[in-house]
Design a protein around this ligand. Structure first.
Ligand code: EPZ
Length: 415
């Protein structure tokens, strides 16, 4: 089993170049299904989840031509209506192929995405939206089969600003007949990046105050696009600097995408500086007590909750975090407590009492961001920490061991 062995206690110092955003790259790859012309995507991160979504679109008829940080997705053979199940089960972002296939073929069958450790991860908002656009759902037990003579524009109100549902419905609406309005949409930078790509493909999309409006087109063309930087990877490495009392700068980032996160760091008494494409956290003292509630963008991102909690476990005073986006995202807390943290789980709230030191031990990554939190704790802990299930972390972080070594961490990855 891939694992990371970390000798803790070293201050991290230096610069990290941030990759393209996983959560923008995944829907961008799916958008290739909306056209028969080539899509050229730059700044694609080298991640397991990206490999999985590229395998999914090739199983549907695309030819994928990787060129370093660029990937070209072109037509190889006519689209088929069913991806290979093994890819969809591995990663829920592949579920987004449903709407585009429906719009192109009038028929699509996709296995229901598995849940994961951060909750049930239902897809009811996706299916309700597709039905509003004319899809007939023949939901089987473990697969969703849809038919639609015609995908028509519709008025859709999302009960919650779901990122995936917003992306799924925008892509489908782009080829619908007529106009679609999606009310209460997600506005994450990754959603806006997908909209930019779709506009380059010829889609007509307006982002209004309370809705996203899409005027459907008969067809979309190929395009070239550079994926935005990964704000979640950037936040994680800044916290690696903070938790080790170091001095870390992240480059190739959009500071605006990190605003809520940086506001919390400032509130915790951590000092940082920022330029147009970099943020540097230096002279990190132990973070002071903060109260944070995770929320849809532009609120504090749920994906940085676990890494922040790791840093706060060595902070001053008592912090409180309310996790309002997912119904379960605390699976890493018992491992942190085994390392000496003092964190209480009360419903969807964590109460963190800062301690002076953590002690290394053996832990396993429950999921991408929880795993990152355990790596951060290991970097600051006394002695050795071994983090198992590295393959889960590598779904969202490329070359984490190399990047941490460049920053001065004593980190070895072994299979
Ligand atoms: C995206 O997941 C991200 N993944 C997640 O990042 C991120 O945590 C999440 O958005 C929130 O920002 C990708 O973009 C690939 P949601 P998604 O639909 O789209 C409920 C990471 O580590 N919901 O916004 O699945 C859902 O249960 C991952 O990079 C429904 O009830 O998130 C959750 O409580 C983890 N019904 C809430 O909405 C639905 O049909 C937000 O989920 C859809 C969602």
């Amino acid at each position: 089993m891939e694992h990371l062995v970390i000798e803790g206690g070293r201050r991290l110092e230096g610069k990290v170049a941030i990759d393209g955003a996983k959560n923008a790259a995944l829907p961008a790859c799916v958008a290739s299904l909306l056209t028969d012309e080539p899509l050229i995507l730059h700044h694609i991160p080298d991640l397991r989840d990206v490999t999985t979504v590229l395998a999914t679109v090739s199983s549907l008829g695309k030819r994928v031509i990787p060129r370093g940080e660029t990937v070209e997705i072109a037509r190889e053979r006519p689209l088929v209506e069913k991806p290979e199940a093994r890819y969809v089960e591995q990663m829920r972002a592949s579920f987004l192929v449903l709407g585009p296939l429906l719009a192109r073929l009038g028929r699509a069958i996709v296995p229901l995405p598995g849940g994961c450790t951060i909750g049930r991860r239902p897809v009811d908002f996706h299916l309700q939206g597709l039905q509003a656009m004319g899809a007939r759902v023949e939901e089987a037990t473990d697969a969703v089969s849809l038919r639609a003579e015609k995908i028509r524009g519709a008025e859709i109100e999302l009960p919650y600003p779901s990122v995936g549902a917003t992306e799924h419905l925008i892509m489908t609406a782009a080829l619908a007949e007529g106009e679609t309005r999606i009310k209460n949409p997600a506005r994450e930078p990754e959603v806006m990046d997908l909209i930019e790509l779709l506009r380059k493909m010829g889609a007509e999309i307006e982002v209004e105050t309370h809705a996203i409006r899409v005027a459907g087109k008969d067809r979309l063309r190929g395009a070239e696009h550079t994926i935005i930087p990964d704000r979640l990877e950037a936040g994680t490495y800044l916290l690696a600097g903070a938790i080790t009392g170091g001095d870390v700068a992240v480059h190739r980032v959009v500071p605006e995408h990190l605003r809520a996160f940086l506001d919390v760091l400032r509130e915790a008494g951590l000092s940082f500086s920022a330029g147009d494409d970099w943020v540097r956290l230096s002279g990190a003292s132990r973070p002071g007590p903060v109260r944070v509630v995770t929320a849809p963008y532009p609120g504090f991102p749920t994906d940085l909750q676990p890494p922040l909690v790791a840093a706060l476990s060595l902070g001053r005073g008592e912090s409180r975090i309310d996790e309002k986006v997912f119904d379960r995202r605390f699976d890493y807390v018992p491992s942190l407590n085994r390392m000496g943290a003092r964190i209480e789980i009360r419903g969807d709230t964590l109460e963190i009492r800062g301690v002076a030191a953590l002690t290394g031990t053996t832990v396993a990554a429950p999921d991408i961001r929880a795993g990152a939190a355990l790596v951060l704790a290991g970097l600051a802990a006394r002695g050795r920490t071994t983090v198992y299930q590295m393959e889960k972390i590598e779904r969202g972080y490329s070359a984490m061991d190399e990047k941490l070594r460049v920053l001065g961490g004593q980190v070895e990855r072994s299979a």
